[in-house]
Ligand binder design. Structure first.
Ligand code: NG6
Ligand code: CA
Length: 520
């Protein structure tokens, strides 16, 4: 009850919450204890700006996301912090830009915890405000206290319980990385003592087949590039593992399994404020959706995976309805980074696009410094307080979710927590149209772009222009790039030479931001 300091009641008030940059100051207005909404973040994986029907997709129907959007706000200018999963999620959950730390690149499945127990996370924040917290689905931020040293047959010495999550049911990394098992509260779920688990990202285990040496065993999906190490469920993976037995997941059941655990969590905690971070495996590779979603979409497996994602969203919304808590649950649906078509498996995603553009009209995809890498769908529904059915182009970043939600629930964050996150609750709830002054976006090669409402600056880099295997334009150029996005959303005409003053301004923003890393 100590958070009742600012007790008041909402709608009128929410209009005044906004724009404040300070965290936890008296200006922030939090909802009172009784009114506290549940908060569910649905984080899709590699779902592009153009992949949902309500964002213009024609080849795939996503009725459940439509349902969410029609009762909420559909944002058209929301940015993930990074163009790949680990740094994007790190930033969202800690409120610190991933580029401030060198160890935030795409993590292996045996990475140690990247968020250290001493860090203050979004889960800690909700917990401090009286919420029960959960993470369900894809994790990809490391487990255990040391990389490569986990004993997967015993409780892990460090897991999500140490960073604020009361409950977790997760995949350690991605579906294309070993270990291919779920971890529930720090231990392998359905552990099979007859098949002890061993994992290595250095070498194979003697006698175990690999995708490279035994392609005939890839009976479910063959790889197009990489993914040629251990074979699990007839699919080649990144990394080596043996054992697992009954605990091994079946790729076709991943969505069912994580969705069921998320629904159970909702049912069990319907009577108290809860925060759930629900991170789907869809639409990341290997795309191997359940049979009931197969063969119905003209785009093949990638389209089926989008339909499966939509189904998961529907199951969560239904669970909220059935529990009678839909009105007072704030649901945020977004994606960790932009889309990729061929990310390493022969799933005919390119061949069957049928005119679909996964990033919509944006240039670049996942991994890229161009907008398609980081501009993502974002839908916010909170029926009790937020006027639904709107489209909103306010400039927002995932980095601000922590401070904004913290302001909403009246969390008082310790000094130094969420250092890059700012309270833009009003933008999130549609009561303030003030754009963030700038957002920062990191490409896969750690090149940083500065994005304002009108301009986008990409710093110079000597990286490849196109990633050959995925065919993605990476946005690299040795020269600085400057695009006038309000005229040309697809970043075609580099105006850097014509607009040196704006380039300077953008470089200055970046210089000042980078400096904060060392001065903290
Ligand atoms: C790449 C993988 C890709 C995907 C990505 C991470 C290969 C050839 N490619 O290295 O398949 O796993 O990493 O994606 O192995 S993310 O969305 O989790 O960041
Ligand atoms: Ca991703």
């Amino acid at each position: 009850m100590r958070y009742l300091r600012y007790s008041l009641v909402v709608p009128a008030v929410l209009g005044t919450v906004v724009g404040g940059y300070a965290k936890g100051t008296k200006k922030d207005k939090a909802v009172n204890e009784r009114e506290k909404p549940n908060v569910v973040i649905i984080l899709a994986d590699d779902l592009g700006y153009g992949d949902l029907e309500c964002y213009g997709a024609k080849n795939v129907q996503t009725p459940n996301v439509n349902r969410l959007a029609s009762a909420g706000i559909r944002f058209t200018n929301t940015h993930a912090v990074a163009a790949t999963s680990t740094p994007s999620r790190y930033s969202l959950l800690t409120g610190e830009y991933a580029w401030r730390r060198p160890d935030t690149n795409i993590a292996t499945g045996d990475a140690g915890m990247i968020i250290r127990p001493g860090q203050y996370t979004m889960a800690d924040m909700f917990k401090s405000a009286g919420y029960t917290t959960a993470a369900v689905g894809k994790w990809h931020l490391g487990l255990g206290d040391e990389t490569g040293a986990q004993d997967w047959n015993a409780p892990l010495p460090q897991a999500l319980g140490d960073i604020g999550f009361d409950y977790h049911y997760i995949m350690a990394a991605t579906a294309d990385r070993v270990p291919c098992v779920f971890i529930e509260n720090g231990q392998v779920a359905n552990y099979d003592a007859s098949a002890p688990i061993e994992v290595s990202y250095k070498q194979n285990f003697p006698g175990e087949p690999t995708g490279r040496d035994n392609p005939e065993l890839l009976y479910n999906l063959r790889s197009s590039h990489g993914h040629d190490m251990s074979i699990v469920n007839g699919i080649g993976r990144i990394g080596f593992m043996r054992g697992g037995g009954k605990a091994l997941w079946k790729d076709e059941n991943i969505a069912d399994s994580i969705t069921a655990h998320a629904v159970d969590f909702i049912r069990q905690h319907a009577g108290e404020p809860f925060f759930m971070y629900f991170a789907t495996n869809d639409v990341h590779v290997p795309r191997f959706p359940h049979e009931r979603f197969r063969g119905k979409n003209i785009m093949g497996l990638r389209g089926d995976a989008i339909v499966q994602f939509d189904w998961s969203v529907g199951a969560i919304l239904d669970a909220l309805d059935e529990a009678g808590i839909a009105d007072n649950t704030l649901v945020i649906l977004t994606s960790d980074n932009g889309p990729v078509v061929d990310d390493g498996y022969r799933d005919e995603a390119f061949e069957r696009l049928n005119g679909h553009s996964p990033a919509g009209a944006l240039r670049g995809n996942k991994y890229s410094a161009f907008e398609g890498g980081t501009r993502v769908p974002a839908i916010v529904r909170w029926s009790k307080q937020v006027r639904g059915g709107c489209v909103n182009d306010v400039l927002m970043s995932h980095i601000d979710l922590m401070a904004s939600l913290g302001a909403l629930v009246g969390a008082r964050m310790p000094r130094g927590a969420a250092p890059d996150s700012r309270n833009h609750l009003g933008a999130l709830l549609g009561t303030d149209t003030t754009d963030r002054a700038y957002v920062l976006e990191m490409a896969a090669n750690r090149v940083i772009s500065v994005r304002t409402k009108d301009w986008k600056y990409i710093e110079g880099s000597d990286g490849a222009k196109v990633q050959q295997q995925t065919r993605i334009e990476l946005g690299n150029d040795p020269k600085p790039q400057l695009y006038h996005l309000s005229d040309e959303p697809d970043e075609r005409t580099n105006l850097a030479e014509k607009q040196p003053a704006i380039v300077f301004e953008m470089q200055d923003i970046l210089r000042r931001e980078r400096k904060k890393t060392t001065s903290r």
